[in-house]
Design a protein around this ligand. Structure first.
Ligand SMILES: Nc1ncnc2c1ncn2[C@@H]1O[C@H](COP(=O)(O)OP(=O)(O)O)[C@@H](O)[C@H]1O
Ligand SMILES: [Mg+2]
Length: 239
């Protein structure tokens, strides 16, 4: 939390996740301008959750959003989201950019480091439309593309760069083996949201969500059961 010269807390504007029941648990939402990691193993609905946040931000709060999809083509991602009930499209206000598009646009920059190419591309898109929220799906793919050497320094500068652009950022990443051990990017991020699946009884698998870190917020760190029904995420107390 930031304080004024008089020691009063500075009111921060929050981005609602619209995950029903979850915003209340994290203190109302995610502070605008934060870099938030969405982490979990494959199939824990990281991409769907991130897209759903953008979808609601555009639809309900008129905040334009950019989804950088490095794992999936925009076509495949959109197909998946439509199948999940997110049928509306918002043109450039919810723009999906995939690897093929970035490659094409920046062919002449072939020899440049990938992180630099990505930055240039984001800058180019942002110059055309003032985006407020960005998703980068995913960090491991970016790491492979960039052949990162000094990871910690590179992430540090990249996250700072995103903050300077006044973007609220969601960076999708893969879970470390032990979620209690924080990695470089988790130290550097302002927030970490962890998604998991838990076997309950012999057959049932429950989805779970947990806010591990959210700078400036007095948030719950409990695990919640996460459900996705009729185009809406909701949480209940984990059993
Ligand atoms: N309509 C749906 N309703 C609920 N869950 C779905 C639906 N469609 C797909 N899923 C689940 O979402 C998972 C994929 O979500 P995704 O966001 O791609 O995960 P991740 O990005 O974490 O790998 C699928 O494995 C499936 O279990
Ligand atoms: Mg994904």
């Amino acid at each position: 939390m930031d304080y004024t010269a008089y020691g009063e807390p500075v009111m921060v504007k929050l981005l609602k996740t619209y995950i029903r029941g979850f915003d209340e648990e994290i203190g109302g939402g995610i502070p605008l301008g934060h870099v938030v990691l969405v982490t979990g193993s494959p199939g824990t609905m990281k991409s769907t959750l991130a897209y759903n946040i953008l979808y609601n931000a555009v639809k309900r709060d008129k905040m334009s959003s950019l989804y950088i999809s490095l794992e999936q083509s925009s076509r495949s991602l959109l197909f998946q989201m439509v199948r999940c009930g997110m049928k509306e499209t918002f043109g450039d206000d919810l723009l999906i950019v995939d690897l093929a598009k970035i490659r094409k646009q920046l062919d002449e920059a072939r020899d440049k480091p990938w992180l630099e190419i990505l930055r240039k591309h984001i800058q180019y898109i942002i110059a055309k439309n003032r985006y407020q929220i960005i998703v980068i799906d995913s960090l491991p793919v970016l790491e492979i593309l960039t052949r990162m050497e000094n990871k910690r320094t590179q992430f540090f500068h990249f996250f700072e760069w995103l903050r300077d652009l006044k973007l609220t950022s969601f960076i999708i990443t893969e879970i470390s083996d032990d979620p209690t051990i924080l990695r470089d990017e988790e130290f550097l991020a302002d927030g970490v949201i962890y998604l998991s699946m838990k076997q309950v009884g012999e057959i049932d698998i429950h989805r779970r969500i947990r806010c591990i870190k959210m700078r400036g917020m007095d948030h719950s760190t409990s695990q919640f059961t996460l459900e996705f029904k009729k185009n809406e995420f909701r949480v209940t107390r984990a059993i």
